[in-house]
Structures are given as C-alpha cells and as structure tokens.
Design a protein around this ligand. Structure first.
Ligand SMILES: [Zn+2]
Ligand SMILES: [Zn+2]
Length: 429
C-alpha cells in the first residue's frame, strides 16, 4: 500500500515497546514510520480521539474449516470475521479435510489467504498423520512450508510415546507442540462439564481430571524432552496450577485461555443451550476464577478464541449430539476488555496477550508497532456499546453464546499492512 496514513490523536498502546500514550501514528507505504511527530502530509487521516490504537490483534487458535467444510467457514469468510474483530494475524488448526499434515496443503492455505488479502494466516501443522495419534507427520517439512507450530487440535495427542517423540522432534528445531489436553478414556461420550449440572440435565459429563491428567502427563514428558509445550484453551483450576508449577520450575510450558472460559461457567448450558457446548467445556465458577488468576499473574500469557464455526445443522440437534465449539473472532476483544474493567489486567497487559505474547511464542514478526514494521493496526472505542446479533456476525458460524448480549468495546478500524480493511462496520475486501 503506497501513500501516507495518519492515525491522529489516539491512545497508542504497544506492549512490545512499552508505549502507552496519546500520540499520532504515521504509516507510510504499509510500514509504521513514526509514533508522534512526523514531517509531511497525510493522504488519509483517521481521527482516533478517545480511541485505543494498538497492534493488529493475533488469534493463535482458529478453525477456518477450509479445505473440507467450507459450508461452516472458509478462508475468506474467516478472514472477514477476523478483521471485523480487529484480528490481523491468525493461526489455523489442522483438523480440516484433508488435514494440514503435508506441505502441499500448507502452501495452499497460505496462498489462498494471500489472495483474500485481509488477514495473515499461519497454519498449525498436524503432529500425526490424519490426526490419528499414531504416526508423526514430516514436521520439519511442514515448518519449511510455513507452519508455525504443531498440534492435533480437535483431537488430543493421547498416545504418550507419540507425544514424547513429537516434543523431542519439534523442539530440536525450536517449535512448540500445542496440546488439546483431554484424556479420552475419561471424557468419552461426554458433552459438558461433569458435575451437578450434567447430572441435572441427565447428560454424560467430562470430568475435569480429563484435562488435568493430560497436562500433568505432558509436563513430565516436556521435562524429559526439554521441549516447548503449550496447553490450548486451558479451562481448569488444576490445569492452571500445573502450568504455574512447571513454569516455576523453569520448563518451557505456556498456555492460552479462551474468552468463554474466563467469562462464562457451566451454568450457561442450563436449558440445554447448545451454543455453550465446547471442548473443553465451560466449567465451574472456581475454575473460571482460577483462569482469571492465571491471566492476572502471567501464568496464562495468551488469549485466543478457539473460533469454531459450525453450521446450524451441526448444532441444533440436542445437547448430546451437537458439535463442540463456538465462534469467537468478533467478540474476543470486548469480552476480554471486561478483564480490564474489572481491574484484573491493565489495558496494556491485556493487549499483550493478543499481540506481542503470541507473536513471541510463535516467532511471528507481527504484534508490534515498532518503527519499520508492517503496519497492522487495530483501532477500537473501549466505551462503545453494541448488541451481539448472531445473524449480523460476519463469520458463517452463528454459534455464539453471546447472542442478544450487550458488549462494551467496538473495533472501528482494522488496518492490514497500511491498508484499511475494516472501517466502521464495512469490510474493504
Ligand atoms: Zn481443542
Ligand atoms: Zn480448537
């Protein structure tokens, strides 16, 4: 993008550089050229008075459904939903059809995302072929094709011997394994958290030990392999405590929390609400508070959505058979702003969890407003209110537990490499 864009008088927060002040941001030829004074004239000016100006958000856990299930989402619709939510870089999980378990598919996804040209898409490569948990993929080749980490997400890497090999191998070239931590022999057939609500509704529950025992096992393997291990969508008190202890020991163990796990509890599924069904499930208030404490004390470095769009047909079939997952790209920021309003995190610390922290974990160049960096920028009004209407979501997936709920905090502009791709509700594709 050529030309000069001036974002005037916004509250600039760039956690990577410790910037937290009201100033102008200048973008020239797609790059950040100045924070503050700059000589010359702008071709276009955005007035950001009373708004926050931050690096474009990064969501390191998204299901884009392409290839294979484009009726649920595709790279284009997912990219549109991303920029509507202020996200300019996202990592897509490998449980597509075919799976992201060979280099050709990695290149195909990256190429398609480039054509769409709204949001950076970084594929996460499968750990095992067909996500079967048996035979490792050609991980080095996947990384050379553009994968930024490895996971079998959607499925746990249940086999301990395979997990050990995956950790040893991926860490030999500096990559992390991201685990969907779930011990299938404990959670089989379960659809919500095991507890008084699953009993009351008469459905099979997933005990919290399913998550905790897998994290405990993996930490042992990580210690042995001296590897990089990341727990996806942590939801339990026990899990947070295990990660905290591993970090205190100096192990390279990190984790992320999804907004639904720090904003909602299992009570959401009362009334058989299928849009509150996800894996791991919404848990108890005690678990929710432990996740919030993990975010506060830094144990949980990343906020990521686990955006999981589904077609209505996959959801409207009763709690037991409904697909797991909810959409999250368009509600990530306002839901997370509640942490700031509650005094759990500063605005800068909250934004670090969706910009500089995931960037540094994955080795991405984005997530900062450093001079000379690609100008991926999000502008939002932290006080603006809006009501979630599932039909108005940009994502093809309408499965949100926040339908009809009021949100505070609204993205007004998303800028990708200096180009305005989202502006006051309109996507410039
Ligand atoms: Zn998962
Ligand atoms: Zn996922």
């Amino acid at each position: 993008m050529s030309g000069t864009l001036l974002i005037k008088n916004g509250h600039i927060i760039d956690p990577a550089n410790g910037i937290d002040k009201t100033a102008d941001l200048w973008i020239e030829d797609g790059k950040v050229v100045a924070v503050g004074n700059h000589s010359g004239a702008a071709d276009k000016t955005i007035d950001a008075t009373e708004k926050i100006v931050c690096p474009g958000l990064i969501d390191m856990h998204v299901h884009l459904r392409e290839p294979g299930q484009e009726w649920k989402e595709d790279i284009e619709s997912g990219s549109r939903a991303a920029v509507a939510g202020g996200v300019t870089s996202m990592c897509c999980m490998p449980n597509t059809g075919p799976h992201i378990d060979h280099a050709g598919i990695v290149r195909q996804i990256i190429e398609r995302a480039r054509q769409v040209n709204l949001c950076n898409v970084h594929p996460i490569g499968a750990v095992t072929k067909n996500l079967e948990g048996k035979e490792l993929t050609e991980m080095r080749e996947l990384s050379r094709a553009g994968c930024v980490a490895f996971s079998d997400d959607g499925m746990p890497i249940w086999h301990a011997g395979v997990m050990r090999k995956a950790l040893e191998y991926s860490s030999s070239f500096g990559y992390m394994v991201i685990q969907h931590a779930e011990e299938p022999t404990l959670t089989k057939g379960g659809c919500i958290n095991e507890g008084w609500i699953s009993t009351q509704l008469g459905v099979t529950g997933m005990p919290v030990e399913g998550e905790d025992s897998m994290i405990a096992r993996d930490i042992m393997l990580t210690r042995r392999a001296k590897a990089f291990y990341h727990v996806a969508h942590i939801s339990s008190k026990g899990g947070v405590e295990l990660v905290r202890a591993a970090q205190a020991e100096g192990l390279s163990v990190t984790t992320e929390a999804a907004p639904h796990h720090f904003a909602l509890t299992e009570e959401e599924v009362l009334g058989f609400n299928v849009d509150a069904k996800m894996s791991p499930p919404l848990r108890t208030e005690e678990d929710r508070l432990a996740v919030i404490e993990g975010l506060r004390d830094g144990t949980i470095e990343v906020i990521a959505t686990d955006h999981a769009p589904h077609h209505e047909d996959d959801k409207r079939c009763g709690l037991s058979c409904a697909a797991f997952g909810i959409v999250g790209l368009e509600t990530m920021l306002p839901v997370s702003l509640d942490l700031v309003r509650a005094g759990v995190l500063t605005m800068s610390d909250m934004l670090a969890k969706m910009t500089s922290n995931p960037a540094s974990l994955l080795g991405l160049e984005s997530g900062t407003l450093s001079l000379g960096s690609e100008a991926d920028v999000t502008i939002f009004d932290p006080e603006a209110t809006w009501t979630v209407d599932r039909e108005a979501l940009v994502s093809k997936g309408k499965n949100t537990p926040w339908h009809g709920k009021q949100m505070t905090g609204q993205v007004t502009h998303t800028i990708k490499a200096g180009r305005i791709v989202f502006e006051n509700g309109t996507i410039h594709g």
